[in-house]
Design a protein around this ligand. Structure first.
Ligand SMILES: C[S@@+](CC[C@H](N)C(=O)[O-])C[C@H]1O[C@@H](n2cnc3c(N)ncnc32)[C@H](O)[C@@H]1O
Length: 236
């Protein structure tokens, strides 16, 4: 049991307050980049996959959307639920535990959004803990994103959109062609240069071996990385 004098980690964003529980990722540059490029219309049905503390979920609910949020980490599910209550939007938010689309079988949405784990993880280096769940995207970084993209059409209403973040070293062209192959019309809706992630330095050789589109310099330590927010729209 946690000692009674443990502190609480609070995060303030766009007039909403988030309590960040142990085992839940503190919002990072990628979280804010993601939120900056999400557009919500009141009344839309929104799914956030991998909600963490529930930043995008609470913003969508505050904009008048009905939101289902999911995460594989029980601490994140509880944390996002508490943050919906804290921000007075619990009546518009349902948080479910489970992998990818498994908690929302048979449901459709106007917007599916995710800032998923996508850090390429060398073979044998994955772990079963909440930090790994927030960062690791399988050997090539696409493990979760591929499943998100492949399942999107089944869970999008006609004209609905899938919006996700992706590191440039995973491939901008790859993202576009994966969306097209899934029957979605691709578009880059945001791009940003960010500090190169600390964890990326530990995996630099592995990441470089996957960087087919040449997003990173071939030598030296990169200081920055480009990130994209990509949208795939289902035909109306
Ligand atoms: C990079 S964090 C993003 C958290 C939050 N959405 C944000 O932008 O700050 C990725 C989140 O996805 C969750 N996650 C990892 N694998 C998942 C899966 N297979 N299905 C659903 N959520 C998953 C992690 O637990 C983590 O909370």
């Amino acid at each position: 049991m946690a000692p009674a004098d443990d502190g609480a980690l609070l995060y303030l964003y766009r007039g909403a307050l988030f309590k960040i529980a142990d085992g839940v990722q503190v919002p990072k540059a990628g979280s804010l980049f993601f939120c900056r490029h999400l557009e919500f219309q009141a009344g839309e049905r929104v799914l956030e996959l991998g909600c963490g503390a529930g930043l995008a979920t609470v913003l969508a609910a505050k904009a008048g959307c009905r939101v289902v949020a999911t995460d594989v980490v029980p601490e994140a599910v509880e944390c996002a639920r508490e943050n919906a209550i804290l921000n007075g939007v619990a009546d518009r938010v349902e948080v479910r535990l489970g992998d990818c689309y498994e908690p929302v079988g048979g449901m459709t949405f106007d917007l599916i959004c995710t800032n998923p784990p996508q850090m390429p993880t060398p073979p044998g280096r994955d772990r079963e803990d909440p930090v790994a769940a927030a960062d690791n995207g399988g050997v090539d970084g696409w493990e979760i994103l591929d499943r998100v993209i492949q399942g999107a059409s089944r869970h999008l209403a006609p004209g609905g959109r899938l919006v996700f973040t992706v590191f440039a070293f995973l491939g901008q062209k790859a993202a576009m062609s994966k969306l097209e192959a899934a029957g979605l019309t691709p578009r880059i809706v945001g791009r940003e240069i960010q500090a190169f992630p600390r964890i990326g330095y530990e995996r630099l050789d592995h990441i470089r071996s996957l960087d087919a589109e040449g997003a990173l310099p071939r030598t030296g330590l990169p200081k920055t990385v480009e990130r994209f927010v990509v949208q795939g729209t289902k035909p109306a």
